[in-house]
Structure formats: structure tokens, C-alpha cells
Design a protein around this ligand. Structure first.
Ligand code: ATP
Length: 233
């Protein structure tokens, strides 16, 4: 579904992604783990068109999307749920969700809104409330709900568990698995490597802009190298 081939991304003189290649197959959860500053967010931003690779290829559903504008990539079904939630604080919960469907003009928007409310009953309870007044966990659910309103084929999630209480962290990972089970492919960026490897089919480890390990998630979780560096063993 997604094929990234040897991309290089720079911020001015800073070489943030150094020849990164990876694939995501339809139906998978693929986790990308790595320390602060490894380049995880940079990779997601490059996939969704917020940053342009200097070179290399990005193929999504059989078409090259490298260097395309973000709105064109969204229309093709690649949806980015950004780090830090980035909800529109002064708008209501429902307005935030409706904005997720901004580029759509099909007839299923209303059904999708109902589905989001069914998945996140708290959002239904608070649909008229200003998004900025929600708790951190509720804002994360809103950010995911808004991304679902764009009808993703591939959902990019950047640090969805960041800053949440342990119970909520578990809930967010359960929700990600559920979203995947109902047909959405997921590329997940996480600092919480333990949980990210638990729910993933495959995973990649990014270190200072380079993929240094990849493979089956359970195998990676069992490897001494990953245990030592990322699982606090
Ligand atoms: P984090 O979990 O902290 O977000 P990350 O793995 O997502 O880490 P990135 O945010 O992608 O890492 O950053 C990768 C590298 O690029 C870092 O060295 C960072 O300092 C640098 N970088 C990120 N954004 C910018 C920017 N806007 N301008 C210059 N350098 C940047």
C-alpha cells in the first residue's frame, strides 16, 4: 500500500532522514519506534506532504505521491493525525470532526460521524463543547475521530499516547487495534515502544535519521538490542 524508497529530507543544513526505505502493506499496523529527535515526525510529515523529500520515492496505492501537496494526498486516503493533537481549540467538538471531512463530497459523511460518536461516546456527550476545554485524553480521541472523518485508507498516528494517564494509554492502543480491525491500515509512531510493538504486525526502528532495524514486531520486541535501547530492560 505504501512504499518509501530511499528518501532524504533536510531542514536547511540538517539532514533529518538519511535514505529511509519502508513498506506498509494493506491491513497492517506498522510501528515506527525511536528516540527523541530520531526523525519519526519528519517521516510522517514527509508522507503527508507537509515536508518535501530532496530525493527518493514515495508510492501510495500504486501512485507516486512524493512532493505532492498535502490536500492532494489527503484526497487519496492518506491521513495524518499529528503529534500534540492540534485540535481547533475555539471550535466545537462537532465542528472539529466536520473539518476532518472537509475535502469529501460523498454521501457517507453523516454515517461516518455517527460511527465516530459510537466509537467515542465522550465526544457525543461533548459535541457542542469547545475542543480546547476537553481533557488531554478527550482531545486525543477528537484528533483520531477527526482523522477518521477523512475516511483514511492509511492512517498515520504520531505519538497518540503522549502525555496520557496509563489507563487512557491502554484505551488508546485498544482503539487503534479496533480501527485496524475494521479495515484501516495504520502507521504508528510511538515513544511507548512496549505498547507499540505489542499491537503491531511489523515494526521499524529509526535512529538519527536511519532505519537500523526492522521486522516482525514480536521478534523485534524479543531482541536484546531493542530491549536494551527501547524497552527499558
Ligand atoms: P520527537 O519524538 O521528539 O518528535 P522525532 O523522532 O519525531 O522526535 P523529528 O521531530 O522528526 O524527530 O526531528 C528529527 C530531527 O530534525 C531532529 O534533529 C530535530 O531537531 C530536527 N528538526 C525537526 N524539526 C525541525 C525544524 N522545523 N527545523 C529544523 N530542524 C528540525
Amino acid at each position: 500500500m505504501l512504499k518509501v524508497d530511499n528518501i532524504n529530507v533536510y531542514y536547511g543544513a540538517i539532514h533529518a532522514l538519511k535514505g529511509v526505505s519502508l513498506t506498509v502493506n494493506q491491513g497492517e499496523i506498522v510501528s515506527l519506534i525511536g528516540a527523541n529527535g530520531a526523525g519519526k515526525s519528519t517521516l510522517l510529515k514527509t508522507l503527508s506532504g507537509l515536508l518535501k523529500p530532496k530525493n527518493g520515492g514515495i508510492e501510495f496505492l500504486g501512485k507516486s505521491i512524493a512532493g505532492q501537496a498535502a490536500q492532494s494526498i489527503v484526497k487519496q486516503g492518506l491521513i495524518h493525525c499529528p503529534e500534540g493533537r492540534r485540535v481547533f481549540a475555539n471550535m466545537s467538538v462537532e465542528e472539529n470532526l466536520e473539518l476532518g471531512a472537509y475535502l469529501r463530497n460523498d454521501k457517507d459523511i453523516k454515517t461516518d460521524l455517527e460511527n465516530v460518536y459510537e466509537r467515542f461516546p465522550r465526544l457525543l456527550e461533548r459535541r457542542k463543547q469547545q475542543a480546547g476545554t476537553l481533557s488531554g485524553g478527550e482531545q486525543q480521541m477528537l484528533a483520531i475521530g477527526r482523522a477518521l472523518m477523512a475516511s483514511p485508507e492509511l492512517l498515520l498516528l504520531d505519538e497518540p499516547s503522549m502525555g496520557l494517564a496509563p489507563l487512557l494509554v491502554q484505551e488508546i492502543f485498544n482503539i487503534i487495534q479496533e480501527i485496524n480491525r475494521t479495515g484501516t491500515t495504520v502507521l504508528l509512531v510511538e515513544q511507548n515502544a512496549n505498547q507499540a510493538l505489542k499491537i503491531a504486525h511489523r515494526a521499524y526502528v529509526l535512529e538519527t535519521g536511519k532505519i537500523v532495524l526492522s521486522g516482525n514486531a514480536a521478534e523485534l520486541a524479543a531482541s536484546e538490542e531493542v530491549k536494551k535501547a527501547y524497552l527499558g530492560a
